[in-house]
Write a protein that binds this ligand. Structure first.
Ligand code: MN
Length: 207
């Protein structure tokens, strides 16, 4: 079984005006699709590695042969990161989390606004291509981190709940070099119901 490009849970233009249709279309059909295609190519002679969930493949990347490790890191990471990214955005997004996720954010950061500032600052100060994340560590503490390139939080033993793609391909058509404008727009589409679901769901390891 090979990895497949998931469909978007909404239309390409559904996140307008915050994220534009052309960016969403290219991002999904070219960039994400490219990661899936290259990952499958790298694993075509390693059927034992095709049985794992993408989370498991990344969490235990250190067990992979050297010949496919870089491809799992870049293309497997790209596949996992984008699969979550589409889910944690929604045309009905924005606002603030509720329930136990809201409480956990408040306990860790003092307030939602303080969390939002920390996350935004992490995204804007990440140097070069990469991602900013809200993750759970192994002790179930919330952390805001950034990762370079397509490195996945799963590689570091973290469970990603929310992530923003800070590669130029995610914003350049609409926002050019204005990362702050992109991040500000993105908060309007964050799907907190899905982030809450990620917060409470158990880690999946095999398929
Ligand atoms: Mn991307």
């Amino acid at each position: 079984m090979t990895y497949t490009l998931p469909e978007l849970p909404y239309a390409y233009d559904a996140l307008e005006p915050h994220i534009d249709e052309q960016t969403m279309r290219i991002h999904h059909t070219k960039h994400h699709n490219g990661y899936v295609t290259k990952l499958n190519k790298a694993l075509e002679n390693h059927s034992d590695f095709q049985q794992y969930t993408i989370e498991y493949l990344l969490r235990y990347i250190h067990r992979a042969p050297e010949t496919i490790k870089t491809s799992i890191r870049n293309n497997g990471g790209g596949h996992a990161n984008h699969s979550l990214f589409w889910q944690i955005m929604s045309p009905d997004g924005g606002g603030e989390p509720t329930g136990d996720l809201a409480q956990a954010i408040q306990d860790q950061y003092g307030s939602f606004q303080d969390f939002k500032e920390t996350f935004t600052d992490t995204a804007l100060t990440h140097f070069g291509s990469g991602w900013a994340w809200l993750v759970l560590d192994a002790a179930d503490n919330l952390l805001v981190i950034s990762t370079p390139n397509q490195d996945s939080p799963f590689m570091y033993g973290y469970k990603p709940l929310l992530g923003i793609d800070m590669w130029e391909h995610a914003f350049y058509l609409k926002h050019q070099n204005d990362k702050a404008s992109y991040v500000a727009a993105w908060w309007n589409v964050v799907n907190w119901k899905e982030v809450q679901r990620q917060f409470t769901k158990p880690a999946l390891h095999t398929r």
